[in-house]
Ligand binder design. Structure first.
Ligand SMILES: [Zn+2]
Ligand SMILES: [Zn+2]
Length: 609
């Protein structure tokens, strides 16, 4: 959570850009105080796209105030003040806060109440520091840039409200957001990208292209897929099923709900209860009350399938795959188009294997990712490899020091040898094993977290999963959780932006439309025979047999982003040709019918970009 105090370790890991942005928050506070000296500041951390500072102020800050505040910030940057670090004793820090001098330009009649509270929350023994830039002094552990002049370019973006420490029992503050960059060029590129992202907004295109919808009677966060969107889903599933079949996966099917006891065994209850839909209580014939939950993850069901049959080492690795539907109770304020939903279909699989098999299985999963990146033209990606912290074994991480070391070494080794782009993030593993979050960048350079892989060496034991070893003893398998295509919802949300709705032929909901010029019988018949030939090969094809002029037909097909248009005139008919037009590429001229048909079929079958 951004409202949590950063650990020292996290502070050391702050990137140069985060330092710069956090420094800009100090400059923002300075400028606000010059206009409203009574402002009370709380927290001002860097965030993914910039920074914010939470402030309590009777004046309601609005975007109309931004120019004035930015002018003040500019003056501070121009003055090129040093960020001066000053260590204080706890008593000195409390005195300064009492005198109103923290998050301030000097002592004030009212104490700096939030800073006072923050100081009281700093663990005994942790060093307390303040930072000064010009006449502004703030309680802060740093780090910052050297001087205010290092903040190359900045801009205030929005203002929102937020409760102090994210708790609605606390006072409501104004959260002023801004962003900052090393220089103007980088900032301009960022805002251009945002403009482009707006045009490619998946909610906007989803509506225009009739991909999906939401309905109040169905409920928030529960997408309904229209026929065009369903095509995207089914093409993705086909790709996943083919790829997984080739990778030796077995497909399974499981129900959308389960008894409470399953989730107690898995540990989802009580720890994950807030993210699950509330239980359904029911009373069966014997009068015993039972509680059922919609599934939030597929793993427990798959573990039961592993346990359903006696397993031996000969059965391993066992790879159970399912496009499973899960339900998560996201807060209504968190819901966002397809990116944050309450029902989702996941490209899930669980690989049960021995320790010896782990390395090659994990490598195969990575190769699958690379294959998908290639198909979708994803050029930039990053795998964030989260590892454990040995000092927190038994608390934050399951107490298996040797297994941690072994699996982390194996994962690291595979990542290094395969030349995959990754970074290692200490202390962020899951409770039961290391994990890898996969980030990808869309064609316009926006970042998405698509999928997570996890190595699990604890939960199979909770479920009592065992296999007979070669020596006829019992052993617990390792489990790899993987979902390279993430959920349909998030992945399609990403693809819509990535392609700007101009899907490659194999994915395009409307692949081919035949546009006869006029409605003469022979033209319609010729068009019909092309339609039959393409449809028999599995191509999604329609004919626009309306009486509209050809220009109108082309315009409509272009607007609907139909991938390939075959215009059929008298001359095409006589020559056994079609006039080819491709969305985004325009008119490509007349070509022999057989050649065009064959090329369309090949492009679709090979998933050509
Ligand atoms: Zn600071
Ligand atoms: Zn899982």
């Amino acid at each position: 959570m951004s409202d949590e105090r950063k650990t020292l370790e996290q502070r050391h890991q702050m990137s140069d850009l985060e330092r710069l942005r956090h420094s800009a928050a100090h400059v923002l506070a300075t400028a606000i105080l010059r206009i409203w000296p009574e402002a009370q500041f709380a927290a001002g951390p860097p965030v993914e796209t910039g920074f914010y500072y939470d402030v309590e102020l009777p004046h309601r800050i609005s975007p109309e105030d931004f120019e004035k505040i930015e002018a003040g910030m500019k003056a501070e940057v121009k003055a090129n003040h040093v960020f001066e670090r000053i260590p204080l004793t706890r008593t000195q820090a409390l005195e300064m806060a009492q005198s109103g001098a923290l998050g301030a330009l000097g002592p004030r009649p009212e104490p700096s109440k939030f800073k006072l509270d923050i100081i009281q929350g700093i663990p005994e023994g942790e060093e307390i520091t303040i930072y000064r830039n010009g006449d502004f002094t703030d309680l802060c552990a740093g780090p910052h840039v050297m001087r205010t002049g290092n903040i190359g370019a900045f801009k205030l973006t929005t203002v929102a409200s937020a409760y102090y420490k994210g708790d609605e029992k606390n006072p409501q503050l104004q959260r002023i957001y801004g962003t900052a960059f090393k220089n103007k060029t980088e900032m301009e590129a960022y805002f251009t990208m945002l403009e482009e992202a707006k045009k490619r907004d998946h909610r906007k295109l989803g509506k225009e292209l009739e991909l999906f919808t939401f309905d109040d009677d169905v409920g928030p966060g529960l997408p309904l897929w229209l026929p065009n969107g369903t095509v995207l889903i089914e093409e993705l599933e086909k790709l996943a099923k083919e790829t997984e079949f080739a990778g030796g996966y077995d497909r399974v099917r499981t129900p959308h709900l389960a008894r409470e006891s399953l989730y107690i065994t898995s540990g989802h209850l009580p720890y994950y209860a807030e993210s699950m839909f509330p239980p359904m209580e029911m009373q069966e014939g014997d009068g015993v009350k039972d509680r059922y939950y919609l599934k939030a993850m597929n793993c427990p069901h798959h573990h039961k399938l592993f346990a359903a049959v006696p397993r031996s080492y000969r059965d391993l690795p066992l790879r159970l795959a399912e496009y499973g539907t899960c339900y998560r109770y996201e807060q209504s304020g968190e819901l966002f188009g397809l990116m944050r939903v309450r029902s989702m279909q996941m490209n899930d699989a669980h690989i049960y294997c021995t320790e010896d098999q782990f390395e090659s299985e994990f490598n195969a999963v990575n190769q699958m990712y690379l294959k998908y990146f290639n198909i979708f033209g994803i050029e930039k990606y990053l795998m964030r490899f989260s590892t454990h912290d040995p000092s927190r074994l038994g608390q934050k991480f399951v107490d298996e020091p040797e297994l941690w070391k072994k699996t982390e070494d194996m994962v690291r080794g595979v990542l290094q040898r395969s030349g995959i782009n990754f970074i290692e993030v200490p202390n962020e593993a899951a409770f039961y094993g290391p994990k890898i979050d996969v980030q990808v960048w869309s064609a316009i350079g926006r970042e998405f977290t698509i999928a997570t892989n996890q190595v699990d060496f604890a939960v199979p034991r909770r479920f009592g999963l065992v296999y007979k070893t070669r020596e006829n003893t019992e052993a617990t398998p390792l489990c790899i959780h993987r979902a390279p295509l993430g959920t349909h919802e998030r992945f399609i949300g990403f693809l819509i932006e990535h392609y700007a709705g101009n899907f490659p032929l194999w994915l395009a909901p409307q692949q081919v439309r035949i546009l006869p010029i006029g409605d003469e019988e022979p033209l319609i018949e010729y068009s019909q025979s092309i339609l039959t030939e393409l449809r028999n090969a599995g191509i999604r094809v329609t004919i626009d047999a309306s009486s509209d002029k050809i220009n109108g037909k082309v315009l409509r097909a272009e607007e609907q982003k139909v991938h390939t248009m075959l215009v059929i005139g008298r001359r095409d008919l006589d020559a056994g040709a079609v006039s080819l037009r491709v969305h985004g590429k325009g008119n490509l001229g007349a070509k022999p019918r057989a050649e065009v048909v064959a090329d369309i079929i090949t492009a679709a079958q090979t998933r050509r970009a």
